[in-house]
Write a protein that binds this ligand. Structure first.
Ligand SMILES: [Zn+2]
Length: 53
C-alpha cells in the first residue's frame, strides 16, 4: 500500500508487517508521517518541552 507523508511529501510503501498498516488500511486518508519526519517532530516536541521548563 502506498502512503504519502504530509510533511515532506514523500511516498512510502508499507506492507502488512508495518506497525501502522491496520490503522492505515481502515483510514480514509492514506497519509502517514514517515520515519524521518516522525523523528523531526519528536525532536521539535522535545525542544518545545525544554523551552517550557
Ligand atoms: Zn516525511
Amino acid at each position: 500500500m502506498e502512503v504519502l507523508c504530509p510533511v515532506c511529501g514523500r511516498k512510502e510503501t508499507i506492507d502488512k508487517t508495518h506497525k501502522d498498516f491496520q490503522k492505515l488500511a481502515k483510514a480514509q486518508t492514506k497519509t502517514h508521517i514517515c520515519e524521518s519526519c516522525n523523528l523531526k517532530i519528536k525532536a521539535q516536541a522535545a525542544s518545545a518541552n525544554d523551552l517550557l521548563r
